[in-house]
Design a protein around this ligand. Structure first.
Ligand SMILES: [Zn+2]
Ligand SMILES: [Zn+2]
Length: 171
């Protein structure tokens, strides 16, 4: 939390504040992802304008979760650069761009903002590594550990429909 009032920003003034945040466990599509156990330092830049307050949040962290292909634990870097604006007098029925949802009175909820921004910044698919070979669609063996005893699926069209049935996504 940052108490905006305490900063006493004059119009045109800018201030940077560093806030340690502990990222919550994130459930995305029924899969759980977690940030580091230790707090991550978030940097918030606040700029007082004549008509409102400009907010920028930056942080870099790692996220742990199962690899999309092989289900082994993977760790990926995620960096955030997010902006919000809070108008002093948002118009009635104002667009959401004029209201910062993370500001309650003078208190800026950095932790919630950071958690939401991490979810938005996460890649569509988390991979343990770019060329992860995934699991064998027939026997379930981790192909990163070496080939299994199944017939090679590549170039064998009889395996195509089966792979589709199993929902295997080669991309
Ligand atoms: Zn993997
Ligand atoms: Zn196999």
């Amino acid at each position: 939390m940052i108490d905006i009032a305490q900063l006493r920003l004059e119009p045109g003034e800018e201030r940077s504040v560093e806030v340690p945040v502990v990222l919550p466990h994130l459930a995305i599509g029924g899969v759980e992802y977690a940030g580091p156990a230790a707090p991550v330092v978030a940097r918030v830049d606040l700029t007082r304008l004549n008509s409102g307050l400009l907010l920028r949040l930056r942080l870099a962290t790692t996220i742990d979760g199962p690899c999309h292909r092989c289900l082994e634990e993977a760790r990926i870097p995620v960096s955030i650069d997010a902006r919000e604006y809070q108008a002093d007098a948002p118009e009635a029925g104002a667009e959401s761009e004029e209201v910062c949802d993370y500001l309650q009175g003078d208190e800026l909820d950095v932790a919630t903002w950071a958690a939401d921004a991490v979810v938005l910044a996460m890649p569509h698919k988390i991979l343990c590594r770019e060329d992860c070979k995934g699991l064998c669609p027939s026997c379930g063996a981790d192909l990163n550990a070496g080939p299994c005893d199944c017939p090679p699926p590549a170039g064998d069209d009889r395996w195509g429909p089966l792979r589709e049935l199993l929902g295997d996504d080669p991309a």
